[in-house]
Ligand binder design. Structure first.
Ligand SMILES: [Zn+2]
Length: 405
């Protein structure tokens, strides 16, 4: 039993910090309250953890990572040429990086079937939700992971097989993608009817759905099809002049009633590091990099607009794709605050409580409350003071076990 005394505890009741004590026993939180009210039987048998200069929050939830991708320039080649053992070792290593950086729950948003062997709850890894191979059209995005399906029967069978093999979430490739060779990112992969077939089948097995979606058309199809969480929302169109992908935001498509609004995961930090050299003025940008920096600026404008429209966001980074690392979930959080204009409280909520709900774990993790799993992190600085606070996760507890101090 641990008696944790931090400087402040982030509570979901009002999304703010409060003075107090958290008591954990085994893997659960057993008491949260004011120091004066702490029952004496806890004081007698509990071990005191003094975190007097730190801020205690629920562990972070990263809803979108790829544990088998190595974040290199050759991510797809390395994935397809590695053995099962190599990929599992890589996934273990990268999962440990996630946990050490404060992510106590993560969803792998697309992998081989073998990844499920890691298990949902290994002591040195975050609590894991697995999608297994994404459901994708023939030769569609990430087809090489092993689940191409198009007819109604194929789609329903694909979902059932995922459930039987132990997947706990279901990933849909609603448009093409950039890292798959010969796959057009701006092409819709499925109709509304096909998406509905997948989503309804997944819900029969209680699998939360998420859809990779790079275009406005794809967003409209996914929201009409009832997808729980729509990812990226890049609003790409292909420029007729240059052939490059440009962002074109059509606000009307996103003006839905609150009840119809899906969860959104953007991944503003995805590939962000690739432009650091020119962003920080270490060298002159090429014309293509000037274009990409401008597209990045437009992305933040789009996300800001979606925040103003009142969309519920969750946090995901796409860690594993080009230059997107497993110890950098903090980058997504700081960019959502600093560049997209999300409030610090909404940033915390997106990265904790709402992330847990998105994964179907809302009754188990994501908030600091009696009966919840003791997945906790401590920060040296308050996120109220700086969005960079998440960079300094100095203490991590998962399932009541201290994994970093
Ligand atoms: Zn992804």
């Amino acid at each position: 039993m641990y008696i944790i005394k931090p400087k402040g505890i982030f509570l979901s009741d009002d999304n703010n910090f409060h003075k107090g004590i958290v008591v954990t026993e085994g893997e659960k939180i057993v008491w949260v309250g004011d120091e004066e009210d702490l029952p004496s039987h806890f004081t007698e048998k509990g071990q005191l953890i003094e975190l007097r200069d730190k801020w205690l929050l629920p562990g972070l939830v990263n809803t979108h990572v790829h544990l088998e991708f190595d974040a290199s320039n050759d991510v797809v080649d390395n994935f397809t040429s590695s053995s099962k053992e190599e990929l599992l070792a890589l996934a273990q290593h990268q999962g440990e990086q996630l946990l050490y950086s404060g992510v106590t729950t993560a969803r792998d948003a697309g992998s081989s079937w073998n990844l499920l062997e890691l298990g949902a709850n290994s002591p040195n890894l975050p609590r894991l939700v697995f999608c297994g191979p994404p459901v994708t059209a023939y030769n569609g995005h990430l087809f090489f992971m092993g689940c191409e399906a198009e007819s109604t029967k194929e789609l329903a069978d694909a979902v059932r097989i995922h459930y039987e093999k132990g997947a706990t979430s279901l990933k849909i490739m609603a448009t093409g993608g950039q890292i798959t060779p010969n796959c057009d990112p701006v092409k819709a992969a499925y109709s509304v009817e096909q998406i509905k077939t997948i989503v309804e089948s997944a819900h029969q097995y209680n699998l939360p759905t998420l859809a990779h979606c790079l275009t406005t058309e794809g967003f409209a199809i996914c929201s009409a099809g009832g997808v729980d969480c729509i990812e990226h929302c890049a609003c790409f169109v292909r420029s007729k002049e240059s052939g490059l992908l440009e962002r074109e935001f059509i606000p009307e498509i996103f003006e839905l009633d609150d009840k119809q609004k899906p969860l959104l995961m953007i991944g503003v930090s995805t590939c962000y590091n690739l432009l650091n050299e020119v962003r920080f003025g270490r060298r002159e940008p090429t014309p293509l990099e000037v274009f990409k920096l401008e597209q990045e600026r437009i992305l933040f404008e789009i996300v800001h607009h979606l925040i103003v429209l009142g969309y519920p966001f969750v946090i995901g980074t796409d860690a594993g794709v080009w230059g997107t690392y497993f110890n950098e979930t903090h980058l997504e959080l700081s960019l959502m605050g600093e560049r997209a204009g999300m409030s610090w409280q909404e940033v915390v909520r997106s990265a904790t409580e709402r992330g847990a709900q998105c994964l179907g774990l809302g009754d188990e993790v994501g908030i600091i409350r009696e009966g919840y799993f003791a997945d906790l992190i401590a920060l040296d600085e308050s996120p109220q003071e700086s969005f960079n606070a998440f960079e300094k996760v100095s203490w991590v507890m998962k399932d009541g076990r201290i994994v970093k101090e």
